[in-house]
Design a protein around this ligand. Structure first.
Ligand code: 8YV
Length: 324
């Protein structure tokens, strides 16, 4: 009997073909059908492995109802949608897709900063509407990037890729992280460690969120922390929506305390807080940080290879993306 693998919805690239070549029976679900726990638990029945999306709630009940699973490989670096403690207890391996998406996601973070600081989306909309009436000295005045300070919350692989880009813009780097990064990395990035997050927020003109979502980081940017930000500061989130209390953020944008925000992730995806939709100087993207052909192909193969190694029981020691 061939081993059975579920890919919960179509992914770009060769992942499905690779898994078939390995001799597995591959089922591919339909987009969005398995974003509810009951549907996911039912679809997992009889499967030996699953390649899941960040929108699939792989919670304790789903795992306990499917103890035959050998591995759940998430098509994402973030794995807050998976109960890793229960997976560990049940002996189900869990994989993610680190590294391969860092550059693409950092690109989007910088794209958001540029869009917000220089009003790119509003300026383009004005031109398309036919309202461009020629250059003028007061047109769409933005915020200079050069010489400013950026605070990066979460100096992991994506945070470091953001910092490298920021250096090219002549921006000073401050960072806050669970633990201080290696001295060689600090040196390369010319980054200053702030063990105290509010102090980092106070010195930052731009704040980037690239921390994983955990119970400790949920709403790490809340009303009090927003109050510590400089007036006119810009917040960029390419991590996870629930890092931010969206209602508090929308209020700070609407009352003019913040200079703007660039968000690729939302607290209750795919729902966007209605107040955010009417905030000025805010660029809202539909979670496209890792969305390049190259990166998504690499993510699919990384997840698929972890599944193949675990199901074939070979090569797992050399895998760098097994969390459990
Ligand atoms: C995002 C992601 O595109 O892999 C993840 O966990 O969510 C990425 O694919 C990025 O983090 C959001 O900008």
């Amino acid at each position: 009997m061939p081993k059975r693998v579920l890919i919960t919805e179509p992914v770009p690239g060769e992942a499905a073909a690779f898994l078939k070549q390995q001799g597995f029976e591959v089922t591919v679900g339909n987009r969005g059908d398995l974003d509810r726990a009951d549907a996911l638990a039912a679809a997992f029945q009889g499967m030996d492995a699953a390649l899941t999306m960040l929108s699939n709630p792989v919670n304790a009940d789903v795992l306990r109802g499917n103890t035959q699973l050998k591995i759940v490989a998430n098509f994402a670096v973030g794995f807050n949608n998976i109960d890793t403690e229960v997976a560990r207890e049940l002996g189900i391996r869990v994989a993610n897709t680190p590294d391969v998406l860092s550059e693409a996601t950092a690109d989007i973070a910088l794209g958001l900063l540029l869009s917000v600081a220089r009003h790119l989306t509003a300026a383009e909309a004005q031109l398309r509407s036919g309202a461009f009436d020629g250059w003028h000295p007061m047109g769409f005045l933005g915020t200079e990037l050069h010489g400013k300070t950026a605070g990066i919350l979460g100096m992991g692989r994506i945070g470091a890729a953001i910092a490298r880009r920021l250096r090219g813009f002549g921006i000073q780097i401050a960072y806050h992280n669970r633990s201080r990064v290696h001295a060689s990395v600090e040196k390369e990035l010319n980054a200053r460690f702030f063990p105290d997050l509010p102090t980092m927020l106070e010195v930052s003109d731009f704040v980037f969120l690239s921390a994983p979502l955990t119970p400790q980081t949920h709403h790490i940017i809340n009303k009090e922390r927003i109050a510590r930000l400089k007036s006119g500061a810009i917040l960029i989130n390419t991590g996870r929506g629930p890092l931010v209390d969206e209602a508090a953020l929308a209020a700070a944008l609407l009352d003019g305390k913040l200079g703007g925000a660039g968000l690729d992730v939302f607290e209750f995806e795919p729902r966007v807080h209605p107040d955010l939709l009417r905030t000025p100087n805010t660029v809202l993207l539909p979670h496209i940080g890792s969305g390049t052909h190259e990166t998504r192909q690499a993510m699919g193969m990384m997840a698929a290879k972890a599944i193949a190694c675990v199901l074939n029981n070979s090569g797992t020691d050399s895998l760098k993306n097994l969390i459990v």
